[in-house]
Design a protein. Structure first.
Length: 127
């Protein structure tokens, strides 16, 4: 059985580490990047099955990253996180992402449960 690989993208090292620790503990294969370009490079090298990205990144936004990756792999699931939900970009992302939009700080259990549900609904791809 294939273990889903999750790409975590956040400019805050502590956030990346916390997400990596939690999701590895939940049984996922996790890779992480600090910038938009690093994320694109890792995505192409890794073939990630999901992207969790901060909204505001160096040299691009999390929404730009998701859009670009979805052009290559339309069905890839994603989650967007931000500490600035009331910014103009935050409001746009909220309306697009709906239940896949998390405001920092968030409950890791809630995020992990949603990720589990997303992969369960796509279980055929990982069986």
């Amino acid at each position: 059985m294939k273990i889903p690989k999750i790409l975590i993208v956040d400019d805050e090292r502590s956030v990346r580490q916390a997400l990596c620790f939690e999701l590895e503990d939940a049984g996922y294969d996790v890779i992480n990047a600090a910038t938009y370009q690093e994320a694109m490079d890792l995505y192409h090298l890794s073939g990630a099955d999901m992207v969790i990205t901060d909204l505001f990144l160096e040299s691009g936004s999390g929404m730009d990253l998701v859009d670009k990756i979805k052009r290559e792999k339309e069905e890839i699931p994603y989650i967007v996180i931000t500490a600035f939900p009331d910014s103009e970009l935050g409001e746009q992302a909220k309306s697009i992402c709906k239940e896949r939009f998390y405001t920092k700080p968030f409950f890791m259990d809630s995020l992990t449960n949603q990720i589990n549900e997303i992969f369960k609904s796509q279980s055929v791809q990982f069986a």
